[in-house]
Ligand binder design. Structure first.
Ligand code: ADP
Ligand code: ADP
Ligand code: ZN
Length: 213
């Protein structure tokens, strides 16, 4: 099963993608996590990506597509995957489609996690991320067991630089201009499914499971 998660930054794509990955035994692939891991390790790719990420801009398609295609070519992707944060532009979606066509394959579902901008702005300030294992929490809605510490790996949680209010506005603009057109793109292919992302995390997941079967 090959799934794409669509939605604004902070809509809950990552939270749901991790639950989907667990239930359906497919890898969770987040381009944002891949970039952050590269930044943490000080790689060249990380340095390049950081320039854009810090401003709330998208990393150029060329760079992003390459890391994604390398990742989905790995053995653990044979039975599918859940893509979180890719594609984010129409050209990215077209490259993915073409790569899949070449192996007689296709995306099964594009799940659009729908959350209005007002809710997003409130949510982002409360997001806390573990840069070590990629887990995310929310200070009010989804708190860790011990404040400031990752339940999964025990490392310290942080407010991501790009989750600061001055950057969130930019990221929402970028989303509306560059990523939202993907909703029509996948709708035209007949694989778009929209869920109400303002609901409780468990209810959002139940809605997704009823779509995926
Ligand atoms: P969020 O989960 O809040 O939407 P992500 O972790 O998915 O954030 O992405 C963080 C940043 O990484 C983005 O703002 C962007 O700069 C970069 N990024 C991630 N995925 C892509 C992509 N597919 N294309 C371009 N840039 C990306
Ligand atoms: P995205 O990957 O789309 O950027 P995340 O999954 O990281 O979004 O979620 C953004 C923030 O909102 C996180 O702090 C997360 O814990 C919180 N969150 C996720 N789903 C919900 C929900 N259904 N209700 C309230 N908060 C949520
Ligand atoms: Zn962790």
């Amino acid at each position: 099963m090959k799934i794409i998660m669509l939605g604004a930054p902070g809509a809950g794509k990552g939270t749901q993608a991790k639950m989907i990955a667990d239930k359906y035994h497919v890898p969770h692939i987040s381009t944002g996590d891949i970039f952050r891991a590269n930044i943490k390790n000080g790689t060249e790719l990380g340095m390049e990506a950081k320039k854009y990420m810090d401003q709330g801009l998208l990393v150029p398609d060329e760079l992003t597509v390459k890391i994604l295609l390398d990742r989905v070519a790995k053995d653990d992707c044979q039975n599918g995957y859940v893509l979180d944060g890719f594609p984010r532009t129409i050209p990215q979606a077209q490259v993915l489609d073409k790569a899949l066509e070449e192996i007689d394959d296709k995306i099964d579902f594009a799940i659009n996690v729908d959350v209005p901008d007002e809710n997003i702005i409130k949510r982002m300030g409360g997001r806390r991320a573990c840069l070590s294992c990629g887990a995310t929490y929310h200070v009010e809605h989804i708190p860790p067991k011990k404040e400031g510490i990752c339940d999964a790996c025990g490392k310290e949680l942080v407010l991501r630089d790009d989750d600061k209010p001055e950057t969130v506005g930019n990221r929402l603009d970028v989303y509306h201009k560059q990523t939202q057109p993907l909703i029509d793109f996948y709708s035209a292919k007949g694989i778009l499914k929209t869920v109400d992302g303002t609901a409780d995390m468990k209810d959002v997941f139940a809605a997704i499971v009823s779509i995926l079967g």
